[in-house]
Design a protein around this ligand. Structure first.
Ligand SMILES: Nc1ncnc2c1ncn2[C@@H]1O[C@H](COP(=O)(O)OP(=O)(O)OP(=O)(O)O)[C@@H](O)[C@H]1O
Length: 263
């Protein structure tokens, strides 16, 4: 039997991620309404949008975690839903709110992910120590993940996403609960990953962070792409935050009820 490898499927000229008319509804609610988006290889792309815009749903469908109702997602030309095993070798995912096996130590959790990705035990052991050092978790490697702080938990999840050296990293809210020093360290790691030829997609509510860290951005709302391109093209002469508010709308300048006034 012909044994297909991921290398046989990868198209080096294809975008790191391409979404073609991706759609998902939950009952009556249309969460993602035919999103098409092309993420260039070697870019750091911010995915921004108001609460409930469809960011997590889109990223879940793009990374093989949630089956779309319509459309296609391709990672380096590999169809995520036609070739899920191969596609998952190309991507590292830090999902928002997904439970980790937290009765394992940090070392055990990284090892589990590395072995699951098909790495040999020796490679996993070496990479595990490198990742713990890089993420400043060396002392916590033998501690159970259930005893980690929220920020440490984000960092160990990032280590798990990196252990198989993916081409594409998809990070849903990676900086939530992370202290400023650790956030700066994570930013450095992600920038190094991009300099090394990798591609990063990061969903965030921080426009300031996206403007500083990303070279591309996609703004989505109500399951649609409102704008996408380089950060400079999308923001024009404004800040990204002002442009976001202009695109998305909804700013109401509310004063609040009178009973909240102290004077
Ligand atoms: N499993 C589900 N069942 C029903 N509705 C869902 C489900 N998951 C998401 N939705 C709905 O789909 C829409 C998009 O949700 P999604 O989580 O993708 O948005 P988001 O942009 O990631 O939001 P946030 O910024 O608040 O995290 C929302 O209206 C949400 O209520």
């Amino acid at each position: 039997m012909w044994d297909r490898t991921v290398g046989d499927l990868v198209d080096a000229a294809a975008p790191a991620l391409e979404l073609r008319a991706l759609g998902k509804r939950f009952g009556e609610k249309v969460a993602v309404d035919g999103i098409s988006l092309s993420i260039p290889t070697g870019s750091c792309t911010g995915l921004v949008g108001p609460n409930g815009a469809g960011k997590t749903t889109t990223l879940s469908m793009a990374t093989g975690l949630l089956r779309p109702d319509a459309g296609q997602a391709l990672i380096s030309g590999v169809d995520v839903w036609q070739h899920p095993t191969e596609a998952k070798q190309l991507v590292g995912v830090l999902a928002d709110g997904v439970k980790l096996f937290d009765r394992l130590t940090g070392e055990q959790l990284i090892t589990y992910h590395g072995l699951l990705a098909g790495l040999d035990a020796e490679t996993v052991a070496r990479r595990c120590q490198d990742l713990l050092t890089m993420l400043d978790l060396t002392g916590a490697g033998t501690t159970l993940v259930v005893d980690y702080s929220a920020g440490m938990t984000k960092k160990i999840a990032l280590a798990c996403a990196l252990v198989h050296a993916p081409r594409l990293l998809v990070l849903d809210e990676p900086f939530e609960s992370v202290d400023p020093v650790s956030a700066a360290n994570i930013r450095d790691i992600l920038q190094g990953f991009v300099r090394g030829g990798g591609t990063v997609i990061v969903s965030s509510h921080s426009m300031d962070l996206v403007q500083r860290m990303c070279d591309h951005v996609a703004v989505i709302a109500q399951g649609h792409v409102l704008a996408a391109g380089t950060v400079d093209d999308v923001r024009g002469a404004s800040t990204l935050e002002d442009r976001f508010v202009e695109l998305v709308g909804g700013r109401q300048h509310l004063q609040g009820p009178t009973w909240l006034n102290q004077s």
